[in-house]
Write a protein that binds this ligand. Sequence first.
Ligand SMILES: Nc1ncnc2c1ncn2[C@@H]1O[C@H](COP(=O)(O)OP(=O)(O)O)[C@@H](O)[C@H]1O
Ligand SMILES: [Mg+2]
Length: 300
Amino acid sequence: MILIICADPLNPRQPDSAFAAEAEAATRAGFTLALLTYERLVHDQDAAGALGRLPPRATPEACLYRGWMLRVDRYTALYDALAARGYQLLQTPAAYRSCHELPAAYPSIRDHTPATVWLPREAGLGLEQIMAALRPFGAQPVLVKDYVKSRKHEWAEACFIPSAADRDAVARVTGRFLELQGDELQGGLVFRAFEPLRTAGTHPQSGMPLAIEYRAVIFDRRPLCVAPYWEGAIAAAPPDLAPFADVIAGIPSRFFTLDLAQRADGRWRIIELGDGQVAGLPPGVGVDTFYVALSRGISG
Ligand SMILES: Nc1ncnc2c1ncn2[C@@H]1O[C@H](COP(=O)(O)OP(=O)(O)O)[C@@H](O)[C@H]1O
Ligand SMILES: [Mg+2]
């Protein structure tokens, strides 16, 4: 199996330092590495150039990507450029989108995740539209994010809205969120009912509540690992995935992350999904453990 990893922008023959330990572990686990110049793919919109001298294959060769998050259009460009050279990414662009963007993921997780509404950027993101979208939440607290990410580390300023009915608070927090996201805004705005979670204090730098949250990495419906998302925020017992088996089976992706947080009432809730190729590994999971599990998952 070929693993496409982001290259160091200054030295395209080396993995990006952020992925160097993963690259070494992947090699030890039997993957063959290929390097991708992220800047060529994303900033120059040159997917073929981003693959450098990756040799063309006569028979299709399966591959996976591990690297920085990509917008769906850039992922599609990568998928197509690889296919043109005889490489088949295991995740189709539709599979990638199904976990990367919350509105795409929502139908698969609806019954197990906080109530969610969204406003596409093209619909206009004016305060009138936002207040209309927020009506179902009444005066409940909500969180704002875009289709992919929140500004959780700017919790009070750009993430948490104490009441969805408080026009000033909605305008202030959403306005600050949009200002901070700038051109990086993905898709549009997403608002979610805030559900009180068990926490282990607050983040020392940002003041965000540290939820008891676990990340499961799933390949072909089976977990490769399940581990705390925040060091030190540990549950009395880790989440049992058995009650989520049907949800997992219904997610149209082979390789994804499932983030589960424990509510104050003890129930585990899905916070979000992510594509397995661009998700960070939970802090306690060693890279060798992960790549050995991934390699086994791929060979079935
Ligand atoms: N609906 C919610 N209710 C309560 N806390 C939430 C809710 N959604 C997210 N959180 C908390 O906020 C954090 C960031 O939200 P998340 O959707 O995971 O954003 P990001 O994509 O930036 O990681 C989560 O790790 C969780 O602790
Ligand atoms: Mg998250």
